[in-house]
Write a protein that binds this ligand. Sequence first.
Ligand SMILES: [Zn+2]
Ligand SMILES: [Zn+2]
Length: 368
Amino acid sequence: MKTKAAVIYEPKSKFIIEELDLAEPSNGEILVEVKATGVCRTDEHVITGDEEHPFPCVLGHESAGIVKQVGPGVEAIKEGDHVITVWMPSCGKCEPCRKGQGNLCVRGAGLFSGVLFDGKTKFKKNGEDIYHFLNVSGFSEYIIIPEDSAIVVDKQAPLDKICLLGCASTSGFGAATRTAKVEAASTASIYGFGGIGSGVLIGLVSSGADMIIVVDPNDWKEEVAIKMGATHFINPKKVDPVELTLELTNGVGVDYSFECWGSPETQAQVYNSLKNRGKGILLGGCDERINQIPIQPVSFPLTERQLMGSLYGSCTPAVEIPKFVSLFMHNKFDLDSVITKTFKLEEINDAFDAMRNGEVIRGIIKFD
Ligand SMILES: [Zn+2]
Ligand SMILES: [Zn+2]
């Protein structure tokens, strides 16, 4: 069959809308009609070359859609099911999966290979391979994905909202509630208020944090952050966020700080704004060539502060995402405030520019 997709032919180039050939689903694969896909910085890291990946490729990994066909051997998913895609297709059998750490499944090792588990691409243009991205490639009308990359969800849930649970909102919410296990009456800060940072905020509010400081260089986001439950907003271009955080906390710092920006400078700010025994959680994607964070090693024993990573919010996607959909359906997971703007697939270059320029908290590509 044919599918309309946004293709990136080389690093640092623009998307080109193309009609591609799409193969039939093979063993263990499904065909999904994509309804919406969020625009994420992880896609951007491939475009900039910060993350190595084969080209040409169809990016997009935060999608929701409707199953149109299932391949041989697929039992748990059927035609007509509504699904959220996940970029970590937990196998359920490896050691991390058996320990309930599906976000660290061994399958993660091949995520940036550009091919599905059978080693092939399902997209072709004039007989040439077009590579997949994270087994999803959500910037295409139709996609072939492994069945483990899809989570069946409530058919009542709006696909153009819950697609965010495929990546950013789950990663952020989980970082606060699963990785850090934030306690009520805590103090916290969030560096970077985009898709992931807003997910952290939702998680902090639901955990009963008392003070939530959002740090972001775009002043217009203050109104949204406060509406969603933040207590303070700092523009780091105007004031030193570490100094102001210390001032706001009587000189002791915050219990938790979340780095959603992806730079060594903000990672150091996260660490330096923690109180003794405070926890800094790093979840922003960074240029993979960077190998240093400018912090003072001696401060680790002196303050017992901790820095920890968080991948997919420490969530096993198949277990946690249906719960988050349910929270959303009960008005306890505010995705509506996160979505600033929706774009057509043809407007995808504008959607990425809007993210680069800090004009959106989250932008979404919506298919008709
Ligand atoms: Zn993402
Ligand atoms: Zn596994």
